[in-house]
Design a protein around this ligand. Structure first.
Ligand SMILES: Nc1ncnc2c1ncn2[C@@H]1O[C@H](COP(=O)(O)OP(=O)(O)OP(=O)(O)O)[C@@H](O)[C@H]1O
Ligand SMILES: [Mg+2]
Length: 259
């Protein structure tokens, strides 16, 4: 099931035959090989793969932070050539400005685009969306890790992104906060209607959140499997189908789990 768009139309992303290399002093390092993937408008796609295989690199290319060595990446049929406020990246670390309070951190994107004076209510809306209205005046050092990451999400959502690019956004949170944040992320996505491309190391997280899970090989990353998570939202973590899909994903990752 794809989320119903309410305020935003999700981006349609096409990655076609993308290869990527880095020039190192010791030679060329190939990181991506023949990557073909589509994110439908409003779809939530998760990427799983071994450490160092090229997941963050692929996200950086889709975000427009650097150009792919070969192949093409488009958003709504237009080539992605540079960063754009319609595509927002959230990293593992929330990277808030310590001298700005929560409200001012969330306001950054609108301020940078000269929209803050006329659209202040969007900051309040984004804070409400992540449940932090009461902490608008707090400073980053007064927040828990989960709250700081919610501020980072609000800072992304205030721009009404068409694509949210998530690079292990919950990776540093304790497991209870992480589970709560996964549910919040599903709610946010369903309400806002953006497309999402998530990298995670957590198979359960990928299966709980995504419409489709893509498994990548060791470097250079190639797509080795795509799993359709054919379950409606909100999902029940104990659903037997999730256990089956987990087994399948682990098998594709080279872990023939017997547990
Ligand atoms: N700017 C760069 N210059 C040179 N090599 C790079 C650069 N960025 C990434 N690499 C290399 O590309 C490979 C893939 O890195 P990437 O960060 O995409 O992996 P990843 O799948 O995100 O790993 P992890 O799961 O550990 O986050 C690594 O070998 C890394 O050293
Ligand atoms: Mg990475």
């Amino acid at each position: 099931m794809v989320a119903a768009a309410t305020t935003t139309t999700g981006a349609h992303i096409e990655v076609r035959n993308v290869g990527h290399w880095f020039q190192l002093p010791t030679g060329v390092l190939q990181v991506l090989d023949g990557i073909d993937l589509t994110v439908q408008p409003g779809e939530f796609v998760a990427l799983l793969g071994p450490s160092g295989c090229g997941k963050s690199t692929l996200l950086r290319l889709v975000a427009g932070l650097e150009p792919a060595t070969t192949g093409s990446i488009t958003q709504d049929s237009e080539r992605i050539a540079r960063p754009d406020p319609s595509r927002i990246v959230v990293f593992q670390d929330p990277t808030l400005y310590p001298w700005r309070n929560v409200w001012d951190n969330v306001a950054l994107g609108l301020q940078a685009r000269g929209l803050l004076k006329t659209q202040r209510s969007r900051v309040d809306d984004a804070l409400r969306l992540v449940g932090l209205s009461d902490f608008a005046k707090s400073f980053p050092h007064q927040l828990s890790g989960g709250m700081a990451q919610r501020v980072a999400l609000a800072r992304a959502l205030v721009n009404d992104p068409q694509l949210l690019v998530l690079d292990e956004p919950l990776g540093k949170l304790d497991s209870l906060t992480r589970i709560a944040m996964q549910s919040e992320l599903v709610n946010l996505w369903q309400r806002a209607g953006f497309s999402a491309l998530l990298v995670t190391h957590d198979v359960e997280e990928a299966l709980f959140l995504a419409n489709r899970v893509i498994v990548l090989s060791d470097r250079p990353a190639r797509i080795t499997a795509q799993l359709d998570v054919d379950l409606p939202y909100p999902r029940h973590r104990g659903h037997p189908r999730l256990a089956e899909l987990r087994h399948e994903a682990l098998r594709h990752l080279g872990l023939d789990a017997t547990w």
